[in-house]
Design a binder for this molecule. Structure first.
Ligand SMILES: Nc1ncnc2c1ncn2[C@@H]1O[C@H](COP(=O)(O)OP(=O)(O)O)[C@@H](O)[C@H]1O
Ligand SMILES: [Mg+2]
Length: 354
């Protein structure tokens, strides 16, 4: 399911004329980045097709920013390859034609106005870029504030100015690293609407996030990364279908019931939480379970089916045992759970790679 119109010919130098098969906006194969003993990215494969709004999703420390840095040619992979419209981003400026984005946070001169910042950036992007300033500001809804100093902008306004800066390059592909992280709910909604507008203009978007709720409305495809490796890749709709049904159970003897549930072959994801036993199962398996519980002397007092939320599925994919990469990948440091805000942008790491 491609979100956008199927007509999205990247008009880079690799265009081979009408009818030719165009290389996809992003192709990543076997991508690895190691820092000493630490494997930040542990063999990522993904393809982003024209028109996709692709969510690159995972908890803090999963390797999202590192992956995006490699996709943008900012750092060299330890192994593997990246192709943007068929070109290697490490080949330089020419390879990044039609591509824009930022990692961690866009940086601006705080004492200059939003417009002046864009004028300075446009000067690097050639004659055409300057003519796009007004339209870019309009798209991100900053026209009214363009004459104010960036130092007085809210976080959301700065993120939107970062996207305006990217739009100066008239991109066919935008890579955005956690564009909505740290925004309040209204700011997040505005960001979702903005990304939708960009997609409707025919721009292919890859955005990273540590919040599933942030991407589920706006993305058609997602890759879920955990400890540098992809644990799910596919359509959001498919993920929702796979979410299946869980049950909540309470009995006269929950300790025994827990053991019975765990012993049932057709019952999975058994856990005890908040005074309930929860598990995943087909309806047919539930009938067998109820009999087994009676036989074990744990009588059912409550049994309720619940639709698994995507959020729950996301946590089980990114926090459950056994789904990640090998032992060399680090466990997230304490305090790096998905509920935590992203680390503060590091000045040297916040290249405005537009
Ligand atoms: N320049 C670096 N040197 C050493 N370790 C790094 C560097 N950049 C990232 N890492 C580590 O790689 C892992 C992935 O980081 P990152 O890509 O920033 O994750 P995310 O963006 O998903 O939060 C983390 O453990 C992080 O500490
Ligand atoms: Mg990051």
């Amino acid at each position: 399911m491609s979100a956008g119109p199927d007509a999205l010919p990247p008009d880079g130098p690799s265009s081979d004329g009408p009818g030719a098969q165009q290389p996809p906006p992003i192709e990543v194969r076997g991508l690895v980045k190691r820092y000493g003993d630490l494997t930040a990215v542990a063999g990522v494969d993904l393809t982003v097709d024209a028109g996709d709004v692709y969510g690159y999703l995972g908890p803090n420390g999963a390797g999202k920013t590192t992956s995006l840095r490699m996709m943008l040619g900012l750092i060299r992979p330890t192994a593997g390859m990246v192709r943007l419209f068929g070109r290697d981003p490490l080949e330089g400026v020419q390879a990044l034609q039609g591509v824009a984005g930022f990692v961690e946070a866009p940086t601006f001169y705080p004492y200059l106005t939003g417009r002046r910042n864009l004028e300075l950036l446009a000067a690097f992007d050639g004659a055409q870029a300057g003519t796009r300033i007004d339209a870019s500001l309009e798209t991100v809804e900053l026209s009214d504030r363009a004459r104010d100093r960036v130092g007085g902008y809210s976080h959301g306004m700065r993120q939107r100015l970062g996207i305006a800066a990217a739009l100066l390059r008239d991109p066919k592909l935008l890579l955005l690293d956690e564009p909505a992280t740290g925004l309040d709910p209204a700011g997040m909604r505005d960001m979702r609407l903005l990304i939708r507008r960009l997609a409707d203009q025919g721009i292919t978007v890859l955005l990273s996030s540590h919040l599933l709720t942030e991407v589920e409305e706006v993305c058609n495809r997602v890759a879920i990364v955990r400890a540098g490796a992809i644990v799910y890749e596919g359509e959001i709709a498919e993920l929702q279908r796979g979410a299946g049904t869980t049950y909540r159970l309470s009995t006269t003897d929950d300790e025994r019931a827990l053991a019975v549930c765990r012993a049932q072959p057709a019952i999975s994801d058994v856990r005890s939480e908040h005074g309930w036993i929860s598990f995943s199962a087909d309806t047919s398996a539930v009938a067998g379970l109820s009999q087994a519980l009676v036989e074990a002397g744990a009588l059912i007092s409550q049994l309720a089916p619940q639709t698994v939320t995507l959020e729950h599925l996301f946590f089980s994919l990114t926090e459950g045992a056994g789904a990640g990469v090998g032992g060399e990948a680090p466990a997230p440091a304490p305090g790096q759970g998905p509920e935590q805000p992203a680390p503060a942008p590091r000045a040297e790491a916040a290249e405005p790679t537009r």
